[in-house]
Design a protein around this ligand. Sequence first.
Ligand code: ADP
Ligand code: MG
Length: 322
Amino acid sequence: ELLVNQIAAGEVVERPSSVLKELLENSLDAGARSISVDLAEGGVRRLRVADDGGGISPEDLPLAVARFATSKIATLADLERAVSLGFRGEALASIGSVSRLAIVSREAAQKNAWKIAVDGGTMTPVEPAALAAGTTVDVEELFYNTPARRKFLKSEATEYGRSEEAFSRIALSRPDVAFALTHNGRRSAHLPPEDPRARAARIIGDDFAAGAVEVSAEGAKLRLSGLVAAPGFTRASRDAQYLYVNGRFVRDKVVAHAIREAYADVLHHDRHPAYVLFLEIDPALVDVNVHPAKSEVRFRDSGSMHGFVFHALTRALSRPLA
Ligand code: ADP
Ligand code: MG
């Protein structure tokens, strides 16, 4: 079982940033309105996510860290719909097999909080603990018991940079939720609940957000909305390209290409435009299980997807010039 979890960890838990992504998705799935992240040494020594979400009951704590135990899928139909962000029920089990994991949680109805710890795959009994509300997940000494994997980690600065990017991706997608990030005791982000343009200003920059063009297009069973760089915006960067499919950050060649084509067509430049775009699509028209870390999708009909995005962008970019 430990070995199975460690092998699964190889797919879901590559580095601190992938742990952070899983924990943030869990907090959002739990309905958190405010989430704080604390990292030490790039997240390798410690990575803590505290939320004010619904919490986990003491009976469910051992299940939460067990493999394939997910509270989010009751039927096969749920799996097909895959509505929540996390749905495989293996993230916490995987993380617990390659670190020292501790979870303290309190459901609103409980008189006190409860704690469970998993040390290199070994679970301790659930015991009472102190916490006002929500859930705090602590991951220490990532890969301490799998030295081969630990060797693949890069410098503290690099691991921190990736963790910060994982944080940014999620914070950009949920401007209605408050987020905070500290690294080695220093605060590096403090985001109140705000509107999407204000959140984009904080994460991508005022220069992008101030003039960004709004996109809003509807098709049969899909909808595209968000912000794309204004015609005059010159900072060209592949890094500031954020696409979310049904709430989840993805990289997709079809959509990226359609966006570039629209910029080339309307504005006659082929730089890498910055954007924050949300595609809501009937889950039956997209396969999100292509990649274990779920950063890729496959559209049923990539040709019509390309056309839809291209036309939506062309219309949005033509508006200010008209
Ligand atoms: P999944 O998210 O795929 O269900 P995880 O291993 O990430 O699997 O989490 C296992 C379970 O633990 C979740 O289904 C959920 O019930 C519970 N859980 C994890 N994190 C939190 C959290 N921050 N708040 C409330 N419940 C949580
Ligand atoms: Mg999860």
